[in-house]
Design a protein around this ligand. Structure first.
Ligand SMILES: C[S@@+](CC[C@H](N)C(=O)[O-])C[C@H]1O[C@@H](n2cnc3c(N)ncnc32)[C@H](O)[C@@H]1O
Length: 264
């Protein structure tokens, strides 16, 4: 193990933050540095300035799940295998509960959503679970994320390949950093997917801009979120200025909300 990897391992085991955040219930709590590489950006909401030392964050349960090299799921009778690389890549390379809940939602509502043949884009795809399940269910999917996540995303696409029943050409990987180079995408998409992508307030305007750019009035946006902090609700408020937003599921056991939205 190189000293870089050793340092990363230590960092990920004991993430120290001196920040408190206002949670969704208006209470102060240690900020969850939800993203290792965005740690510096992960400041508290404006009304909860840093005010104490706290040692948090990923519980042993989180960490042991993140450290599993592969996660295997069954959707629509097909096996989907996802490789994780938490030690090297952090949050973009592990499967979050919001992804599992959204993938299950797609499976349970595939007919109603009429997924077969739909053009779908996933934002902040991470390991690509959600988009892969959309492709298993017959959609033509573009999985997107920042540059750092793309090798891992591509590797997961190749790993699943035809074994998961996805026809060739039905799934591809493309860089999309929110708000950037949006003209490279053929718009509009019929469905936009996003799992656990609402957490860094700095990114909210560009995330919203991206959703608007990729949509027309027929586009369905499906977003799954854990509402951790007051700022997460603020993204939904921002979204309501451009989209009609309806909560269609709250998975209580995993505390994940699923929202459907359409351009106003
Ligand atoms: C918490 S992870 C969720 C990954 C995956 N959707 C899941 O639920 O398992 C957040 C994802 O958003 C991506 N992301 C964060 N900021 C982004 C940005 N500005 N542009 C594009 N993707 C971004 C990260 O790279 C990461 O893959």
């Amino acid at each position: 193990m190189t000293s870089f990897h050793f340092f990363n391992r230590v960092l990920q085991s004991f993430v120290i933050t001196n920040l408190l955040c206002t949670n969704a219930h208006g209470e102060n709590e240690p900020c969850e540095p939800h993203i290792r590489d965005d740690l510096n950006k992960n400041t508290c909401s404006d009304n909860s300035k840093p005010n104490s030392m706290a040692l948090v964050v990923y519980t042993p349960t989180h960490l042991s799940a993140f450290r599993e090299e592969t996660k295997t799921f069954t959707f629509a009778g097909q096996t989907v295998t996802i490789r994780q690389r938490w030690e090297e890549l952090g949050v973009a390379a592990v499967v979050w509960d919001a992804a599992v809940v959204l993938a299950e939602y797609l499976e349970s509502n595939a007919q109603q959503l009429n997924l077969s043949g739909k053009s779908v884009i996933e934002l902040g795809a991470g390991t690509g679970l959600v988009g892969t399940v959309a492709a298993v269910l017959g959609s033509k999917v573009v999985l997107t994320d920042r540059q750092l996540a793309l090798d891992q995303l591509q590797a997961n696409v190749e790993e699943n390949g035809q074994e998961s029943g996805v026809r060739s050409g039905m799934i591809s990987v493309q860089e999309l950093s929110w708000g950037e180079n949006l003209q490279e995408f053929e718009t509009p998409f019929e469905i936009i997917l996003g799992a656990d992508i609402v957490y860094v307030e700095d990114t909210f305007p560009k995330l919203l801009q991206t959703m608007v750019h990729l949509s027309n009035r027929d586009t369905l946006v499906l977003l799954s979120c854990r509402i951790r902090y007051a700022r997460d609700e603020r993204f939904l408020d921002m979204m309501r200025e451009r989209f009609s937003v309806v909560e269609v599921l709250h998975d209580r056991s995993r505390d994940i909300h699923v929202y459907q939205a359409r351009l106003l």
